[in-house]
Design a protein around this ligand. Sequence first.
Ligand code: UFG
Length: 336
Amino acid sequence: MKKSNILVTGGLGFIGSHTVVELIEDGYIPVIVDNLNNSELSVLTGIEKITKIKPIFYNLNILNTNILEEIIIQHQIDCVIHFAAHKAVGESVENPLEYYYNNVSGLISLLKAMEKCNVKKIIFSSSCTVYGQASQLPVTENNPILKAESPYGNTKKICEEILTDVAKTGKLKVVSLRYFNPAGAHKSAFIGELPKGIPNNLIPFITQTAAGIRHSLTIFGDDYNTLDGTCIRDYIHVTDLAKAHVKSINFINSNESEIEVFNIGTGKGSTVLEIVKAFEKENSIKLNYKIGNRRSGDIEKIWADCKKANTLLNWKAQLTIENIVKDAWKWQNQLI
Ligand code: UFG
C-alpha cells in the first residue's frame, strides 16, 4: 500500500536527511523544503545513494507562507515533520533576534500554511534543553520546564507553547520530540553531520581533531560531580532518532491526543571522557586532548527516561556509543 506524502522542512540537515532516508525505507514519500542555510545540495545525492530514490526537493525558506501552501497542495501533504531551524546555542546569544525570527516566525508561517491547506498533523523537533539542569534524573516528560539558558533554548520552549495552544483548538495534532544529544552518521557514510566552521558539539570536534583539522580537543571541565568529573549527556545515534520520527507518524495517525511530548534518548548517560575513550578504542586512534575550563552555560548531567516513547511510540534506541563513534569517524574519513 502506498503511504502518505510527508513534508520535511529542513530535510537536508543532519537529522532531517537521516529521517528522509528512514521515511523512504518505510514506504513514505518525503517532500523536502530546505533553504540550504546550514545544509548542502550534495546531501540529496547521499540520500539517493542509500535509498536509490531522489527525493522531491524545494529550495525555500519556510517564512514564505504562500509558496509553502502551493507545495502542500500540489503534493497532497498528509503530515509535516518540522526540522528547519537555527540550532547554535552561542550564535543565538550573539544574535537573538535572528533566532526568534527564524525559529518562531518560521513555525508560525508553517502552521498558517498548514491551517489554510487543512493539514492537521505535525511532528516537531524539540530539545532536552527545555529541562535545564533537572533536579531529578533521569528526566521524564513531566519534569518541570525551566527558564531557558539561551535564546535558542527559549525558541524551543516558545514553539512548544505555540503548538500546545494551537492543538487546544482541536485543529492540529502535535508530537513534540525532545532530543537528547544526536550524534553519529548513517552507517553507509553517505550522509552525516556537516558542521560549519569550528564545531560546537563534542563528537564532530573529536572527529575533526582525529582527522588533524583541529589540533586538540579541550574537555570543558573535569571538576563536576560525576564519576570522572566530566559532564554527562545522553548521546543518541541519529539513525535511531530518525526512526523515532517514522514511529511518530504511526502514533499521530492512530491516536486522538492533541499533543504528546516524548523524550528521545537512550536512557543512558556517558561522560565526556567515556566518549573520548570509546572513540579511541573503537577506531584504534589516540586522540589529542586536554582538560580546560568549564564552558559557561553547560549543565552538569542529564539523561533521558524514555519509557513513554518505548511504550506509546513502540520505539527504542538500538544503537550504542560504539556505533556512534565508529559511524561518525567513517563519515569524517570520507569528508577529507
Ligand atoms: N564538550 C567538550 N569539548 C568540546 C565540545 C563539547 O568538552 O569541544 C562537552 C560539553 O562541555 C558537554 C558535552 O561535551 O559536556 C556535550 O556538548 P555538546 O556541545 O556536544 O552538546 P550540549 O549537551 O552542550 O548541547 C546539546 C545540543 C544543543 C542543546 C543543548 C542543551 O547540541 O542543541 O544540548 O543542553 F541546546
